[in-house]
Design a protein around this ligand. Structure first.
Ligand SMILES: Cc1cc2nc3c(=O)[nH]c(=O)nc-3n(C[C@H](O)[C@H](O)[C@H](O)COP(=O)(O)O)c2cc1C
Length: 197
């Protein structure tokens, strides 16, 4: 079993939902995973206490959550010393046309923070118009009319591919298990990697 920190930044909660889903998937694999909101992280949170770290951020107005960038910059050394992964949540990842833009967001985040995660994923986000205030609803509807003219903006929409989230969590877990050689209880593999009967 390995310990995982999933540190995320969210505006309206979708990245938090994805972080929780990753925690569940890692837990199902026998790992000990904890999700922490970067904007609300305890003062005594220490990356050194975890075997591996996943960092997630949504995009708002072309930018990642500032607290997530601050977390990565403050912990650059500790992140470089352990397996890490980054996941990004945006509307750009909801369409094929947005893929280049989404990749540019990732590139600029990694360039700005100087971080080199071992695994990277990009997920489509959600627009919960019913939870937006008046002005935000108006603004986002206008933007979406331009970006996705066929989208019905009278209802909340979700573009997150939950299977892709599960696959990412399992891929990161497999990578960490391989790198650290920690036991996965159900796999019947001992700490040293020998098969037990
Ligand atoms: C005010 C606002 C601005 C946004 N700006 C962008 C943007 O510039 N590019 C993009 O790809 N997605 C953008 N999105 C889509 C969000 O990334 C998406 O809704 C995501 O699910 C938000 O995740 P969160 O709830 O964790 O913040 C925006 C959403 C909102 C509400």
């Amino acid at each position: 079993m390995s310990s995982f920190l999933v540190c995320y930044g969210t505006g309206e909660g979708q990245t938090a939902r994805i972080a929780d889903r990753i925690v569940d998937a890692l837990g199902e694999r026998g790992h000990d995973a904890t999700a922490v909101d970067a904007a609300d992280r305890p003062a005594d949170l220490d990356v050194e206490d975890f075997d591996a770290v996943l960092v997630g951020s949504s995009i708002h107005a072309g930018k990642h959550q500032s607290e997530v960038a601050a977390f990565v910059e403050a912990n650059r050394e500790a992140l470089a010393e352990r397996p890490t992964a980054f996941f990004q949540v945006s509307m750009s990842s909801a369409t094929e046309e947005g893929a280049t833009q989404a990749a540019e967001y990732v590139e600029s985040f990694l360039g700005d923070t100087g971080w080199h995660p071992d695994r990277i994923a990009q997920f489509g986000g959600a627009l919960r118009f019913s939870e937006f205030g008046f002005l935000k609803r108006l603004l986002v509807r206008q933007v979406m009319k331009r970006e996705m003219p066929d989208l019905d903006t009278s209802e909340d929409v979700e573009f997150t591919d939950w299977q892709a989230v599960d696959d990412f969590a399992n891929d990161v877990a497999a990578f960490v298990e391989g790198r650290l050689g920690h036991t996965v209880p159900d796999a019947g593999v001992s700490e040293a990697g020998d098969r037990s009967e």
